[in-house]
Design a protein around this ligand. Sequence first.
Ligand code: SF4
Length: 95
Amino acid sequence: MHTPQNRRRRQLLKACAALAVIPVIGVPGEAMAAKNAAMRASLKYQDTPMGDKQCSNCMQFIPGKTPTALGGCKLYPGDTEIAPKGYCVAWVKKP
Ligand code: SF4
């Protein structure tokens, strides 16, 4: 039977199901990652080291959650994909 109460209950269940899906669609993990293309180009960033010079031993590096995870750089605002083994011309040895 399609009583008004049953119809309302089904509509409420659909609305709850839709709300439960929103956080999954709205904040996917990968969407948080970002690259600062302008800074990468101007400082000649590369994902590979230059000899023994690499981001993980640069004083500007902001480490990720693990030693091999992508991190950030104090000179690259908004960039969350700096590789520990990356390098750019602004490299300065970590003291
Ligand atoms: Fe890496 Fe360059 Fe930032 Fe140093 S300044 S952490 S080398 S991107």
